[in-house]
Design a binder for this molecule. Structure first.
Ligand code: GLA
Length: 734
């Protein structure tokens, strides 16, 4: 955020504030209410967050016996409680006491923003507590803008985006954790006395280990399709902290914001610091209900091109790794085109001048084409893609360099590292992170992308990778007294780079990859169209990873590729049918060397691609209903997408392990219109005989109350039998 423009906005707002305020502020969407008591001269108080209140309940709210809680607690005056904000004022005073000064409303293009101006009772120090709502999304975005009008800098030590009290009871949280190649694993636990912190310290990527989103189930163990759920997503690309403090009160105190560890921010006089948005949703339809609200909001407002169908692509990585050649790329392009694919993405290995990129030990930063590998350059490949009738995309990793690179030789001062020490290196033993807080580095990245795209206007897709954590605390650009701002400045710089690229290339498709799923977060998605869910393409493990990831992110953003067998990460052997059926539940693509596939395999992929095109609108824009969780021990996972008008649906069923004569549950569908009739068609069919319900018609009511009996195995010739089984059913309303 630009401090200058915010400051002038502040002056305007400030002048108009005294004119209009009301004691109770009601922030609402179609189905949600958040109510605050904003009495001028008093602390801002939280009154309610939940299902939408009508006028009568709003009137009576003050008499419900609810405890009086501060809406944005500041440290220093009422010290025993946890605070959202903790600052050291310019004279060393560590206490802050904020009272309401006024409320203002601003209309944006699609949204309404309410700002409640708080002022310290002694210092010219202000906090705007902000809320944004949209006419057509069940989401309340909240954040703060902290303004220092003291004569000298104020040090921000804690600066949460928001605080939300959650009434104790039988409250559970579900959140995602994991690691590289095992991202998005669901962790589910009851909140207990003490502090629960979900956090990240990677510095660059923030969703390998834990995720910055959480579901809070208010009435017992989380369920997919019933129960009251608050969903919260911190929209930030850097280090974050989600904290639940269960103290001696009746509440779990939830705080969400930038991780303050090693990140004190020195707020200059007249500077405004805007905290990242916390997106809040509330559903009475269980976890899936909250997911649907996240997905809908994301597609409309928080994801690049959320209303545009994604192309089906082949990525070269697992097919050839660094072994890029012109002929090799041409043959892959021809193959994906012949299977009906629409785009080819050339991954790592295409660049380098003095140090050609042969492996991961060199060349990042030297973004010139390696003409030994590609004699006709990128332009030649783009032209070739055009001949095959498909689009062309390319891999870059702009935030990084290697010690073995011309860039590092020219600009050793551009990398993050502490003064007087040799940096710790990352991938390949030579990788280093560039200092994105440095405007020269920002210009370098923007110019590099601009050059690549302007010289090759045919490039329509970029895979933007980031394969290293900040392993060295130190910016060679920032002053000594601002070293603690390194993480925050990095992500401000990253945001500025993304803004500038998007301003010039609004139509480009950009994938956020970060050693796999390291950048699945709503901080980056406004600029990115999708993310790579994981470097692990094993279909079985993907069932689990994609399940968790779908809690917060829509299928349109989840890149999901058919890869080789044995799988390159797990070495598991999984039949192509199953690999296809899992990949088809996300943004379908391929990550394989087609040259190594048989014609029969290619034919099955071509069939899958053709059928995916048919269901693509439902998968990518539909409503998700998760039905049977892979975590529940029933040995299957099942979910579905229903088109918004309920005229079409896609049902997925994956068996997880194989035992003879086991008793798998019959799955009841959800999300259909009970009064409509649906015709059932199996997709990617490999069985010799159609399923008994193939082409038959059932009511939505029957499908949702009883469901279909899915056979445990595939009806194929004996020599083709395996222990794997999966189904994709397409339902169309009559
Ligand atoms: C990372 C990505 C992979 C691939 C390689 C290339 O690991 O996650 O998909 O692009 O880098 O080096």
């Amino acid at each position: 955020m630009k401090s200058k423009s915010l400051f002038s906005a502040f002056l305007l707002t400030f002048m108009s504030l005294s004119a209009a305020y009301s004691a109770d502020v009601h922030i609402s969407t179609g189905n949600m209410s958040l109510v605050l008591d904003a009495t001028p001269g008093k602390e801002l108080r939280f009154l309610y967050f939940g299902e939408k209140l009508d006028e009568a309940d709003l009137e009576s709210l003050g008499n419900s016996g609810t405890a009086v809680l501060r809406a944005y607690p500041a440290y220093g005056m009422n010290c025993p409680a946890e605070a959202a904000l903790s600052v050291v004022h310019s004279d060393g005073n560590m206490s802050t006491e904020l009272v309401v000064e006024g409320v203002s409303d601003v209309n944006e293009a699609d949204a309404e923003v309410t700002k409640i101006r708080l002022k310290d009772t002694v210092y010219p120090f202000y906090v705007d507590v902000c809320y944004r709502t949209y006419g057509d999304a069940e989401m309340i975005e909240t954040w703060t803008e902290i303004l220092n009008m003291e004569k000298k800098p104020v040090r921000l030590q804690q600066f949460a985006s928001a605080y939300l009290p959650v009434r104790r009871g039988d409250v559970w949280i579900s959140h995602l954790h994991g690691s590289w190649a095992n991202e998005g694993i669901v962790a589910c636990e009851a909140l207990a006395p003490g502090v629960k912190i979900i956090k990240n310290r990677d510095g660059v990527r923030n969703s390998h280990t834990s995720h910055a989103e959480v579901m809070i189930s208010l009435d017992g163990k989380p369920a997919e399709n019933y129960g009251d759920v608050i969903g919260a997503a911190l929209c930030y690309s850097g280090n974050y902290e989600l904290k639940f403090d269960t103290d001696d009160s009746d509440y779990h105190h939830f705080f969400a914001g930038i991780n303050p560890d090693a990140s004190e921010y020195v707020l200059a006089s007249k500077e405004t610091f805007a905290t990242p948005v916390l997106a809040l949703t509330y559903s009475r339809e269980g976890l899936s209900g909250a997911s649907r609200q996240f997905h809908d909001w994301a597609r409309k407002y928080r994801l690049a091109h959320g209303d545009v169908e994604r192309k089906i692509l082949l990525n070269s990585w697992e097919g050839v790794y660094f072994d890029i050649t012109e002929d090799g790329m041409d043959s892959m392009m021809g193959d994906i085109a012949s299977m009906g694919g629409e785009l080819f993405v050339m991954d790592d290995g295409w660049f380098g001048g003095k140090y050609p990129r042969k492996n991961d030990t060199s060349s990042l930063g030297d973004w010139t084409v390696d003409t030994a590998k590609l004699p006709h350059g990128i332009a030649g490949l783009v032209e070739d893609a055009g001949r095959h009738g498909i689009g062309f995309g390319i891999w870059i990793e702009p935030e990084m360099t290697n010690t073995k690179s011309e860039l590092y030789e020219r600009h050793p001062d551009w990398v993050l590292k502490p003064e007087g020490r040799d940096p710790v290196t990352g991938r390949g033993g030579t990788q280093l992170v560039l200092d994105l807080g440095n405007p020269e580095v920002q210009d370098f990245i923007v110019d590099m992308v601009d050059r690549l795209l302007s010289e090759n206007p045919g490039i329509e897709y970029i895979k933007w990778d980031a394969n290293m954590a900040v392993m060295n605390h130190g910016s060679q650009y920032l002053d000594k007294d601002r070293q603690s701002q390194m993480y925050i400045e990095y992500h401000k710089g990253f945001a500025s780079v993304c803004d500038r690229i998007r301003a010039k290339y609004p139509d480009l498709t950009i994938q956020a990859c970060a050693s796999g799923g390291g950048r699945a977060n709503y901080g980056v998605l406004p600029w990115f169209d999708e993310f790579w869910v994981s470097d692990n393409t094993d279909a079985l493990q993907r069932v689990y990873m994609q399940w968790g990831t779908s809690y917060f992110f829509p299928a349109i953003a989840m890149a999901s590729h058919i890869s080789a067998t044995p799988n390159h990460q797990t070495f598991r052997v999984i039949p192509l049918k199953y690999r296809i059926d899992v990949a088809m539940s996300g943004r379908l693509g391929m990550e394989i060397q087609p040259k190594n596939m048989t014609q029969e395999e290619k034919d099955l992929c071509a069939k899958a691609i053709a059928e995916y095109k048919m269901i693509r609108p439902t998968v990518q824009f539909g409503d998700i209903y998760r039905l049977v969780s892979p975590y529940d021990g029933f040995n299957i996972a099942s979910m579905m997408y229903c088109s918004q008008d309920k005229s079409e649906a896609v049902f997925y069923w994956w068996k997880l392990e194989h035992f003879c004569n086991e008793h798998l549950p019959r799955v009841k569908m959800a999300g259909l219109d009970p009064d409509r009739m649906y015709r059932v068609t199996e997709l990617v069919r490999i069985d010799n005989k159609p399923l008994p319900f193939e082409g038959k018609v059932f009511s939505g009511r029957y499908l949702m109350s009883t469901g279909l009996e899915i056979p445990y195995t595939h009806n194929v010739d004996h020599n083709r039998r395996t222990d794997w089984s999966s189904r994709v059913l397409y339902l169309t309303a009559e």
